[in-house]
Design a protein around this ligand. Structure first.
Ligand SMILES: *Cc1c(COP(=O)(O)O)cnc(C)c1O
Length: 425
């Protein structure tokens, strides 16, 4: 019996479903990890995988990036938690503000969900209104007001509204179809009580979906015309699409921005930032409450400072290299699938891609859900067998990191070739 199988049997007894986050589970059991380095992750049975999951996008610079390990190690010798302000927090805030011109002020939080929860509370505090609009299939973390027709593991498990979320809460979350401006306009016209619109500018939690031309600028235009704060959830896209996130790429200026994953390159840290008059509503001077013992802890802060500095230093090389790798890979994958006559659709941008087994373009949750999930699972398993680890769901995205080499990419494409053969059979 493999060590992973044995450990999973034991884990189930003390951990619900044996995992600490739902999407980590897959049939018949997930592999247990021993270590990770650069572009690779090793399981407890000493099998090495090319990591195409990369902490769900967090590890933009790869595992154990030396600049980050160095600054975190230095911090460890000076203590890990002060719960008092530090000079480093100013440095990090200024770095974030410099990279994101829409942000005047920024508060640090710990997880993506905590950042979006704060963003929504701020929007409600600012407008004194109740309802928020989200898009179907977008994922904003595991808190009540956004666990309505969400993506990621939520979509994977086919849930519409989580049990335990009050109807009174869920009914204040209105859901629009992504890439459908008319739908958003209709909802805004019918409801006077909108506190904010939250969106993944490039959704990465219903698989990867790309905004249609003008969708992002239309979003900004319509929310401005109606005086509704626009929240960009850049938890995935912040630093991954560009040093200034998807908003830099689209030339957009949201009122509030959240970021997390690549901000700390694997360390626990997130941030919520935005216009001064909104951010100044936060306690203690303001009346919108937000707090955390671990927020701005010196270890995560040192990781984030080092991540941003490294990104800013290598940006001219890194983003174009990742895009080149990704475009070549996606084109190669498309050729293989075409040769095999497998109905498929590939969405791909910057350092992210996803393949869907469907003959229609995937532009929103409905079209993503129509893709053949069974085929995807077959592909996932064959990839795993052939030493490539991707997130175990078609409602996730493949993420490249700066640690991947051309050799890794070619090996991974060979594995996808075998995986598509298994889908075909
Ligand atoms: C992962 C994710 C979140 C939630 O972040 P956590 O750190 O898991 O709470 C929020 N929004 C988006 C877009 C995400 O991908």
């Amino acid at each position: 019996m493999s060590e992973s199988k044995k450990l999973f049997g034991i884990a189930k007894k003390s951990i619900p479903s044996g995992v600490n986050s739902p999407v980590r589970y897959f049939e018949p059991y997930p592999f247990f990890t021993k270590k990770a380095d650069g572009a690779y992750i090793w399981d407890v049975d000493n099998k090495r995988y090319i990591d195409f999951c990369n902490g769900y996008g967090a590890l933009l610079l790869g595992h154990r990036r030396k600049e980050i390990t160095k600054s975190v190690s230095a911090q460890l010798s000076k203590g890990v938690l002060y719960c008092t302000p530090t000079k480093s927090e100013i440095e990090l805030a200024e770095l974030i503000i410099r990279n994101f011109p829409s942000i005047d002020k920024v508060r640090l939080t710990n997880t993506g969900g905590e950042a979006t929860m704060t963003a929504i509370r701020l929007a409600r505090g600012f407008t004194k209104k109740k309802k928020i609009i989200k898009f179907e299939g977008c994922y904003h973390g595991a808190h009540d007001s956004v666990l309505v027709r969400a993506g990621s593991g939520f979509a994977h498990n086919g849930i519409s509204v989580s049990e335990g979320v009050l109807d009174e809460v869920a009914k204040n979350t209105l859901v629009a179809e992504y890439n459908n401006i008319q739908d958003l306009q209709n909802i805004i016209r019918r409801n006077k009580d909108i506190a904010g619109v939250i969106v993944e500018p490039i959704p990465a939690n219903m698989g990867l979906v790309l905004p249609k031309e003008n969708f992002v600028s239309d979003l900004q235009k319509i929310t401005r015309e109606n005086n509704i704060p626009l929240i960009f959830d850049e938890v995935v896209t912040g630093f991954r699409i560009a040093p200034g996130g998807a908003q830099e790429f689209f030339g957009a200026k949201p009122d509030i921005t959240t970021m997390a994953k690549a901000l700390g390159n694997g360390f626990t840290i997130s941030a919520v930032g935005g216009r001064k008059e909104i951010m100044d509503l936060l306690a203690p001077k303001g009346k919108v409450y937000q707090a955390s013992t671990f927020a701005g802890n010196p270890v995560s802060v040192s990781a984030a400072i080092s991540s941003i500095k490294t990104i800013n230093k290598i940006k001219n090389k890194m983003y174009s290299k990742l895009e080149r790798f990704n475009m070549a890979f996606s084109a190669g994958l498309d050729d293989i699938a075409k040769d095999m006559r497998i109905p498929h659709h590939i969405n791909s941008t910057a350092s992210m891609f996803q393949i869907f087994f469907t003959d229609k373009p995937v532009i929103n949750y409905k079209t993503s859900k129509n893709a053949d999930a069974r085929k995807f699972q077959k592909m996932f398993k064959t990839l795993l067998k052939n030493n490539v680890f991707i997130a175990p769901s078609q409602f996730e995205t493949v993420f490249l990191s700066d640690a991947h080499t051309e050799i890794d990419m070619n090996k991974a494409l060979d594995a996808y070739h075998l995986a598509l053969k298994s889908v075909k059979s």
